[in-house]
Design a protein around this ligand. Sequence first.
Ligand code: HEM
Length: 108
Amino acid sequence: MALQVYILEQSFNRILIQKQAFAQTFYDRLFEQFPQVKPLFRNTDLKLQQNKLLGALALVVSNLRHPEKLAEPLKELGKRHASYQVPPEHYALVGTILVVRSISARPR
Ligand code: HEM
């Protein structure tokens, strides 16, 4: 399926209006539904982490129309995650919370 850039941009704009609540809810749901990821964050300041996640998502969404600008920073982000000992199968868990759950949490 082709990447639906416009839909991603629009939905991210809606997230930005309430970005702190979004980021807080993201980690709450991640830890509640997939407690196996919790040990990775045992030394993490979650407030700071929420803002780092938002920054990374903003970088991706603002460059969806210029993917060549994403290759290098995302490669580096991936390398750092390998150094944090994030196993590959955890990305699907994060993806489930990030995309599916946040869509279902859309205000009515
Ligand atoms: C959409 C995919 C992801 C994005 C955009 C993302 C983004 C980030 C960012 C921006 C940081 C800040 C540090 C840095 O830039 O290296 C970070 C740190 C971290 N991420 Fe991720 N991440 C993703 C996936 C994951 C997954 C799947 C896990 C494991 C469940 C994970 C666990 C961590 C941990 C343990 C840290 C270090 C926290 C600390 O500094 O104490 N991330 N992530």
